[in-house]
Design a binder for this molecule. Structure first.
Ligand code: NAD
Ligand code: MG
Length: 399
């Protein structure tokens, strides 16, 4: 990764963190890391969609004076509430998030907003030369080429938070790119890895939300049940580490202790292990290149620890096949996959379509949209909103 365009905070100074998506699952883990390392990290800005009550608690606990709420009505309510410390700036709308992401006095912006709503703030963080700690994988799937080009131009460091990508980042450090042969991301297999296939037609949102290993937000938990999550992650890896699609692979690893396997040209592999908690990758990214004791204990080898790996069965997980095909097709196909998936998962969680219809909606969107190489970001964003519109129509037909 390139060096940052501006020098980091002076030695001994705390790294000033802006946290977008502070009320979510990643947000909660990031707050634990920041609270544990107050000598090295300082929270200076927080944002969420609409949950201003939780934001006000975080603001008080961490003495944060800059806050953004994407929902303008929630921002107005927050301002009128008197729950925030005196002198708090409450910025409304996407513009508010974007302003927070480029605020003077911040060193690193952690983007953990579900879906692609964090794209503009992420680009603002990049343009203002801050480090970008990135959890929102959908941003790279939608606009990886443009985000990575912008980061190269401004010399911004992108620090991966997604556990597999953070693991790859750790494994390849110090190795020349040419020595890298393949990156293999591990997948737990999600809630349905052992279900009989014929039961999947009747899987409910509460079934899909019972993840065997990880506690995460609802969208990514459903993505784990379909393995769309691993598909999105293959594309994320492609952009972060400048890989060809054929260099990105997935394997089922039921214990979620090994997060990646990096294979070098000589056949040797390096793996990274940590318990299945996001505090590990978040701490790595926020303290990088430093290390410190973690929030939680490491893997305990005083007990028997099994590490199982098995190939992914694409008959069980056809969303992974679709994602791989979209990645190989390139152009706007990944953006189509992502937008249709977001709509379909929302509809499934809302009880409007059955589980297996997620695949049907995404496959229909990919078949309907002729692929092309987008000349610029605005062309991709147009495709994104058009696919969301037509996918919603597809969803409505399931009624
Ligand atoms: P979550 O649903 O728990 O939280 C989402 C957060 O985004 C909340 O703070 C919410 O207020 C905020 N938000 C939603 N819409 C917004 C908008 N329009 N503007 C501003 N904020 C908005 O989600 P999560 O599980 O924390 O996941 C967040 C991102 O991190 C996703 O992209 C996910 O793929 C990625 N990720 C999550 C995990 C995990 O363990 N949860 C692991 C790897 C990657
Ligand atoms: Mg992951």
């Amino acid at each position: 990764m390139d060096a940052p365009a501006h020098p980091p905070a002076a030695a001994g100074a705390r790294r000033r963190v802006v946290l977008l998506g502070a009320t979510g699952s990643i947000g909660g883990s990031a707050l634990r890391v920041i609270a544990r390392h107050r000598d090295r990290l300082e929270l200076v800005g927080i944002a969420a969609g609409s949950n201003w009550r939780r934001l006000s608690e975080i603001a008080r606990e961490h003495a944060v004076r800059s806050v953004a709420l994407c929902d303008p009505a929630a921002a107005a309510e927050a301002t009128a509430s008197g729950h925030f410390p005196a002198g708090t700036r409450i910025l409304p709308g996407l513009a508010g998030l974007t302003e927070l992401a480029s605020m003077p006095g911040a060193d690193v912006v952690l983007v953990a907003v579900v879906g692609t709503a964090g794209l503009e703030p992420a680009l603002a963080a990049i343009a203002s030369g801050k480090d970008l700690a990135l959890a929102s994988k959908e941003i790279l799937v939608l606009a990886g080429r443009f985000v990575m080009e912008a980061a190269r131009r401004s010399g911004t460091r992108i620090l991966p938070i997604d556990s597999e990508h953070n693991a790859v980042f750790q494994c390849i450090e110090g190795h020349p790119g040419a020595a890298l042969s393949r990156v293999i991301l591990t997948a737990s297999g999600g809630a349905f890895r052992d279900w009989p296939l014929e039961r999947l037609a009747h899987a409910t949102p509460s079934d899909a939300l019972k993840h065997p290993n990880w506690s995460m937000g609802p969208k990514i938990t459903v993505d784990s049940a379909t393995l769309a999550n691993k598909g999105l992650e293959l594309m994320e890896a492609q952009w972060l580490f400048d890989l060809r699609p054929s260099q990105c692979a997935a394997v089922i690893h039921t214990q979620s202790l090994v997060h990646c396997l990096v294979e070098f040209t000589d056949g040797s592999m390096l793996a990274q292990l940590a318990p299945s908690s996001m505090t590990f990758p978040i701490q790595h990214a926020l303290l990088y290149p430093g290390r410190a004791p973690g929030v939680e204990p490491p893997v305990d080898f005083t007990r028997t620890v099994n590490l199982d790996f098995r190939p992914v069965d694409e008959a069980r997980f056809p969303m992974l096949r679709l994602a791989r095909e979209a990645m190989e097709a390139a152009g706007v196909a990944p953006a189509v996959f992502n937008a249709a998936n977001e709509v379909a998962v929302g509809a499934f969680l809302g009880g409007r379509i059955p589980f297996l219809a997620i695949h049907a909606v995404v496959a229909q969107s990919l078949a309907r949209n002729a692929n092309f190489e987008p000349p610029g970001l605005s062309a991709v964003l147009e495709v994104d909103s058009e696919v969301r519109r037509t996918a919603l129509e597809d969803v409505a037909r399931f009624k």
